[in-house]
Design a protein around this ligand. Structure first.
Ligand SMILES: [Zn+2]
Length: 289
């Protein structure tokens, strides 16, 4: 199961539900998954788990000691395990961290993001201005989710070329890209070091938690990229967990011209996610139950 299929599953799951209140109350999802939520004080780093009773009812236990935004993410993540029928392999890593996480867990996080920040509501609420710390914090507060979860969603659904990069201990873990960047094959290699010259690199060198925005060359971030083009980078460093995140964006006019011959230098990926352009393939009335 790939990212696009997981996204489609999540959209099928919510398509028949009344989701207008989900920013306050996730019970419509819980009910649809034939589950109930129990809050308990669990161990540090343990976010939650699900037990299925003999009658088929699922009991989702979430750690009441974690922040509310985290509990909301956990509930949606556990619903993903139920709906995608993917077994858990939980480790002590934050939800938005991709380090050493099992692929099933990453897929459940993608499903959870679709539930927590539904596409249609996101599009209606996202400011049409340039991205900024304020915009990302506004969206995080609107959907009662974490800053990294909102920033990742922002990049995923942006109309402009946009990417969101998660870095840990100085190495790139994961990059979410907008449709346009995926179409032109913009690639940020996982496991490579945070590129020198980037805002993220500078903030991490500083060693304290901080946020900054700056202009950097596009080829600092993207592999095999044209020179002479700039992008905006908003980076945030979390010193305690040695985690750095960066939102990268530029206007469509600043896209390099992509080779169109079949021997073109840049390989255009087809990762099947083009439905995120807005022409969604919502399921019709013939949805299987
Ligand atoms: Zn899980």
């Amino acid at each position: 199961m790939d990212e696009a299929q997981v996204q489609q599953c999540a959209r099928n799951f919510i398509s028949d539900l009344e989701i207008k209140d989900v920013r306050d109350d996730l019970s419509v999802y819980v009910k649809a998954a034939n589950a109930k939520v129990v809050k308990e004080e669990l161990g540090k780093g343990e976010s939650g788990y699900t037990i299925t009773k003999p009658n088929g009812k699922h009991v989702i236990t979430v750690n009441s000691l974690e922040p509310e935004e985290r509990q909301r993410f956990t509930i949606c993540h556990e619903i993903a395990h139920i709906e995608l029928k993917l077994p858990s392999s939980h480790e002590e890593v934050p939800s938005w961290s991709y380090a050493k996480r099992h692929i099933n867990e990453v897929m459940c996080d993608i499903f959870a993001a679709e539930l927590l920040m539904p596409y249609v509501q996101w599009r209606a609420l996202v400011p049409k201005t340039e991205p900024s710390l304020d915009v990302l914090e506004y969206m995080a507060s609107q959907f009662r989710t974490s800053f990294p979860a909102a920033a990742s969603r922002y990049a995923n659904l942006a109309d402009v070329p946009c990417a969101y990069v998660t870095m840990e201990r100085g190495a790139i873990r994961y990059a979410a890209r907008s449709t346009l960047l995926r179409k032109v094959g913009a690639w940020i290699a996982p496991k490579s070091p945070i590129p020198p010259g980037s805002v993220a690199h500078r903030l991490r060198e500083g060693g304290v938690s901080q946020v900054d925005t700056g202009e950097v060359a596009q080829d600092i971030w993207f592999e095999n990229w044209d020179k002479g083009l700039d992008l905006s980078e908003l980076a945030r460093h979390y010193a305690k967990s040695d985690t750095t995140v960066a939102l990268l964006w530029f206007s469509e006019e600043d896209l390099p011209e992509v080779e169109t011959t079949r021997f073109g230098a840049r390989v255009v990926e087809d990762d099947g996610l083009s439905e995120l352009t807005g022409e969604l393939t919502w399921p019709g009335r013939n949805r299987r139950r």
